[in-house]
Design a protein around this ligand. Sequence first.
Ligand code: NAD
Length: 257
Amino acid sequence: MIDYGLKDRVICITGGASGIGRAGALTAARNGAHIAIIDLRQEDIDRTLDECRAFGVKATGCAMDVRDAAATRAAAERIEAELGPVRGLYACAGISRAHLASDFVESDFDDIMDINTNGVFLSCREFGRRMIANGGGSIVAISSVDGIGGHPGRLAYAASKHAVIGLTRTFALEWGRHNVRVNAIAPGLVDTPLLRANMPKPFMEDIAEQRTPLGRMAQPEEISSVALMLLSDACSYVTGAVVPIDGGLTSGYFTRG
Ligand code: NAD
């Protein structure tokens, strides 16, 4: 097992009850970090918290919507009262819905921007302020390969994930002097409920097998390993970076020969 040096650090994970966020919570707990999960449904949060506690760490959770600034503040207060100062934030909560651009439904556009971009803004602002007050910390926000390029049907998703990169870079510029590092990761295809619900299987297989140099999609643990490294002191000189974790998908014009 890789030791990320996170023992006894408090790490908060938004969207931590499923997929990539859940894998992050479990990997951090296995490394001795105390875990706070923010997600929508208490029963999903509790399931992941129990799995985290099995590693002997403290774990707590808040059922709330990342679009709600007041709830984010209240959650941060509760988490710090229970676990101590949050030193790491892994902002994973996100959604996707697909429509062709000319038919894009306004309410879906608003939901995607609100959760994927405003939610990241609110979480980073709240926990970043607290990290500044407490002497420092590290934040990892999830963008996507769609935050670097894009693909048809993902108009709002691509816009929201490009925006996450803009947020990341600006927070990094402003908070470096306060010892708060802010980085983004840009995963390619990752085998999670979100991906399977939003991408037709033949299309998914085509991208994973034919257009990705590594020839497969990622498992959520292959994303959390990089995120935890960015959260750790191993990356003490990394801030404002956007790290692709995409099996080579964005490196060029690969097609299987
Ligand atoms: P997932 O659906 O398995 O997990 C997302 C979690 O976010 C869920 O537990 C959900 O309840 C939570 N969530 C959604 N809206 C929320 C809200 N308003 N408030 C609080 N929590 C909310 O999806 P995933 O694939 O693990 O995605 C996690 C992140 O990774 C997302 O931001 C997604 O855009 C990004 N991402 C995923 C992939 C992929 O291929 N799966 C690729 C690139 C980026």
